[in-house]
Design a protein around this ligand. Structure first.
Ligand code: NOJ
Length: 546
């Protein structure tokens, strides 16, 4: 560990949205006091860092990613002092908190945009990107096909077109303008001062996208902006990170790390797609390939691995044949798909609620080089609510209990920010914390165990990793070597049993400890050949304190 605290290399991230987590005052909207009252649950699960989705005042057109004021708390969710109390209580439990930073665009209701459109001489005019001439048809450049017509919209008040890569109510900021950059340096400083440990940088590639500002800004300068954000972050805190949402071509992905002075961590989108292809094929090959193709990253850099998050499972960068394979396995019906590129589903229903398969999927996720991230409710095997439009299907309220409204809120259901999933195999009557807390075989308790084991093996986050050939294409063998110990993990992607052999030197096999498995295994010292059941897994530690 260098001067800088690289805690994120061995964190367990847990993403949640305050408004759908727990409602403390019975108004139907989750809030900071509700979240604070659930911190013991979160800490008990073993996660180490929360990622909060946007909690700022917003008209809510894009679930908070349309920010109307970056400096305060959405009044439905509480006050700044509630936030402060939450941070204190989180820290008391050893939990860090990172928050969403949305620097690419504001809400159309943000005072900056209101001032910009009203007066061409306003200093805010140049906070956004304008053009006078008709841009023509730009429908091929939209991010949300079917929900956006183009990326330029004519504004009557301004008498000009403004740029918006996302929805038309999310005007893109002009980051070529030094004042815009200064605003975000200030905002980063402000939230760090409130005790957060960094930011999830929303839509980071769009900050590097020079459309509309190409005349004023070169690519170098665009990266410069990320470096500026990093400088202010590092200056304020020796332990804060920028975690980027960057889903771009592999050839340019590592550029976003800079030399370690831009984004410190990136979500591992390439591996995410590969995981679903592997689960669909019942083969470890897609994961092996994706691991081999990952670019090398700077020492301070880290990948954040995940299965599902709050957006669609984006399969755009797979080949059409691969995409069809994933659709066929996990979402053949049109209502399960979105934007012609992905699935609006949660993991548990995708895997048919099969507990063995689900555990294999998480064992695989946690065994990959990098830091794992869970999306709230995954620990219970929550399902999607397809009655909610588009991507919101995976953002239904947390299911705490089998009482009315799943324990999310005491308000009548029509007042809920979003309905709790009720009925069927995944409704709160079946899937809830209260049903799993005391059940030693529940997914909740199993995941807590997996998290504990992963935390005990820091070499998975920081060591040297290698793929082990266990002699079967369906089985992913991974080895992580750290300064003090090594971890060896086998995951069988196939639903049928596989017989594999580890070929470890005798002295290593003798010191091997079984950490976790889908069943009891014969000690490695006695037999390195083993039968892995369908979707079986085995975690072994060599050396260390065991
Ligand atoms: C990425 C976020 O994850 C997504 O939910 C949002 O719609 C866009 N960025 C725009 O902010």
């Amino acid at each position: 560990m260098g001067l800088y605290d690289q805690w994120y290399e061995n964190a367990i991230f847990y993403c949640l949205d305050v408004e759908t987590y727990a409602d403390s005052n019975g108004d139907g909207v989750g809030d900071f006091r509700g979240l604070t009252s659930r911190l013991e649950y979160i800490a008990g699960l073993g996660v180490t860092c929360l990622w909060l989705m946007p909690f700022f005042p917003t008209p809510g057109g894009d679930d908070g990613y349309d920010v109307a004021d970056y400096e305060s708390i959405d009044p439905r969710l509480g006050t700044l002092s509630d936030f402060s109390e939450f941070i204190y209580e989180a820290h008391e439990r050893g939990l860090r908190v990172i928050i969403d930073l949305v620097p690419n665009h504001t809400s159309i209701e943000h005072p900056w945009f209101q001032a910009a459109r009203a007066d061409p001489d306003s200093p805010y005019r140049d906070y956004y990107v304008w053009r006078a001439d008709d841009p023509g048809d730009t429908s091929d450049q939209v991010v949300f096909p079917g929900e956006q017509e183009g990326i330029w919209t004519y504004d009557e008040a301004a008498g000009a077109y403004y740029l918006h890569h996302f929805y038309e109510f999310q005007p893109d900021l002009n980051f070529a303008n030094p004042r815009v950059r200064a605003e975000f340096r200030r905002l980063v400083g402000f939230w760090l001062q409130q005790g957060v440990s960094g930011f999830r940088v929303d839509a980071a590639p769009f900050l590097i996208n020079l459309l509309g500002v190409e005349n004023t800004l070169g690519m170098q300068q665009a990266h410069e902006y990320l470096r500026e954000l990093w400088e202010v972050t590092a200056k304020r805190s020796q332990a804060a990170i920028l975690l980027g949402e960057v889903d771009v071509d592999l050839s340019v992905m590592a550029d976003y790390f800079g030399g370690g002075n831009e984004l410190q961590a990136l979500f591992n989108f390439p591996l995410n797609r590969a995981l679903f292809l592997a689960l669909a094929e019942g083969s470890a090959d897609p994961v092996r390939l994706a691991l081999n193709e990952l670019p090398s990253i700077p020492g301070a850099g880290q990948w954040v691995n995940f299965l599902r998050h709050h957006d669609e499972l984006n399969l755009l960068r797979l080949t059409s044949r691969q995409r069809e394979q994933v659709y066929a396995a996990f979402g053949p019906e049109a209502e399960l798909q979105v934007y012609d590129r992905g699935l609006r589903r949660r993991l548990a229903p995708m895997l048919g609620g099969d507990q063995g398969w689900l555990r294999l999927a998480y064992s695989l996720l946690f065994s990959l080089p990098g830091t794992p991230m869970l999306f709230y409710g995954e620990e219970l095997g929550m399902g999607e609510n397809l009655s909610l439009p588009g991507r919101l299907s995976v953002r239904a309220p947390m299911q705490w209990s089998t009482y009315d409204n799943g324990g999310f809120s005491s308000a009548p259901v029509e007042q809920h920010v979003r309905p709790v999933l009720a009925g069927g195999d995944y409704g709160f009557e079946q899937v809830a914390v209260s049903r799993q807390r005391g059940d030693r075989d529940s997914l909740l308790n199993w995941l807590a165990m997996l998290i504990r084991v992963r935390r005990e093996c820091p070499e998975i986050g920081t060591g040297q990793w290698s793929v082990i050939d266990a002699g079967d294409d369906a089985v992913l063998g991974l080895r992580h070597d750290g300064a003090e110990a090594s971890t060896v993990i086998l995951n069988n992607l196939a639903s049928t049993h596989r017989t594999v052999t580890l070929e470890l030197p005798a002295d290593e096999a003798e010191r091997a400890t079984d950490l976790l498995g889908d069943r009891d295994y014969t000690p490695l010292a006695d037999d390195q050949r083993m039968r892995l059941n369908g979707h079986g897994y085995r975690w072994l530690r060599l050396g260390g304190i065991y």
